[in-house]
Ligand binder design. Structure first.
Ligand code: UD1
Length: 376
């Protein structure tokens, strides 16, 4: 089986890394004929800054892509269309049997669409999750990708139910767990202090970690100002480390802010960022993936969103949603800084073996197809 594996953004890289290494492992130990599973890795170039791409390739030991579509930034339609055109031409050059997409970014939807238009089967990793918030571009990407996918690799029961309710059949849904946690488990022993750890005299109790990049929080200068001022004022003597996403930086530059506790940094590489996550007092974020990582690491996570597509991070894990409610934010910051946080648990199948379960399923499908062919 010839597989295309697609990634386009920083969080996509964290999700494809374990899959690529599980396929490599399978191929090198392979007791079947060598064509059972082979892959082509395609990077769309949606994220292109070194901090958001190259450094993640290095830290996660991701091989050079076989093809980089180099699409760069643009409006949603321009970006999605450019990725479709680039990937369609890659399919024309060499048609795969299956296209695997991950997550919910524009690259996910664009490649799923291009594949289906060329009659290539699509498998979606992290399928079925829903925030219910139709204003999020990611929610459109999730719904549209799932509506045309053939195989759904899911994190658990909530996602399965969403898919079943939208008409998917049980045979198409494979519960594999959380692949982002595979990267965390694989790399945890390599997490390392960023070089400013000592110069900033950081320790395990004296800092909070902030990330913000969602359009609804950062695109409007007044909203961004309000959120940052609130975090700055309720830091309870902690430093607030804020690695700034390029989208946020563009707006931040136009604000004349006088922040006492918040310190700005360039986006960090995976191993250093995850070191900060695993040692911080609390994370404040609008990222969905980060709320999963904090749940696994049992670190308090305050999410500046009013919905989540990952309810297990709240029901089982250490995440809380505060939206843009400044009083709630202040209240939870106080709790986090005074060690009054709920005890979370790790959700089922967040065990570092998700990629292996996906490869097992792919191999069993290949063998089944071969058997069907032989007996026909
Ligand atoms: C994208 C995803 C979002 C994901 C996030 C992770 C979509 C719709 N959004 O958001 O779901 O959580 O990635 O980071 O796919 N830019 C740079 N350098 C880069 C990339 C982007 O400067 O390497 C700037 C550009 O000005 C660009 C803006 O950031 O226009 C937004 O980038 P884009 O990829 O469109 O969306 P993200 O906000 O990164």
């Amino acid at each position: 089986m010839q597989i295309d594996i697609i990634a386009g953004t920083r969080p996509n890289l964290v999700k494809v890394a374990p899959l690529i290494s599980a396929i490599e492992r399978f191929t090198s130990d392979c007791k079947y004929d060598e064509n059972v599973l082979s892959y082509r890795f395609i990077y769309t170039g949606q994220h292109y800054d070194k901090n958001l791409s190259t450094n993640f390739f290095k830290d996660l030991n991701i091989p050079e892509p076989h093809l980089n579509l180099d699409v760069g930034s643009g409006s949603h339609s321009v970006q999605t269309a450019n990725i479709m055109v680039g990937y369609e031409s890659a399919i024309m050059n060499s048609k795969p049997d299956l296209c695997i997409v991950v997550g919910d970014v524009n690259s996910t939807l664009a490649c799923a669409l291009a594949a289906k238009k060329c009659n290539v089967e699509v498998a979606h990793i992290e399928a079925g999750i829903r925030s219910g918030d139709r204003t999020m571009p990611e929610e459109t990407n999730r719904i549209a990708t799932d509506s045309i996918s053939d195989w759904f690799y899911t994190t658990g029961e909530t996602a399965n139910n969403n898919l079943l309710n939208s008409g998917c059949s049980t045979e198409q849904i494979i519960t594999v767990g959380n692949i982002m946690i595979d990267s965390l488990v694989n790399k945890i022993s390599e997490f390392r202090k960023p070089n400013f750890w000592d110069t900033h005299q950081l320790d395990n109790t004296n800092y909070l970690l902030l990330t913000l990049h969602r359009p609804e929080n950062v695109d409007n200068p007044d909203t961004l100002r309000k959120l940052l001022s609130a975090v700055d004022q309720h830091a309870y003597g902690r430093k607030v480390l804020f690695p700034v996403h390029p989208r946020t930086k563009a707006i931040l530059n136009s604000l004349d802010l006088n922040l006492e506790n918040i310190e700005l940094f360039e986006p960090l590489r995976y191993l250093e960022f995850m070191y900060l996550v695993s040692h911080c007092c609390s994370v404040i974020t609008d990222s969905g993936g980060l709320s999963e990582e904090t749940t696994f690491l049992k670190k308090p996570c305050i999410t500046l969103r009013s919905s989540t597509e990952r309810p297990e991070t709240i029901e089982i894990g250490t995440n809380v949603l505060v939206g843009k409610n400044i009083d709630e934010l202040a209240n939870y910051l106080r709790k986090a800084c005074h060690s009054q946080w709920k005890q979370g648990k790790i959700p089922p199948l967040w065990d570092g073996k998700t990629a292996q379960r996906i490869v097992d399923h792919l191999v069993s499908r290949c063998l089944q197809e071969k058997q069907n062919y032989m007996s026909a």
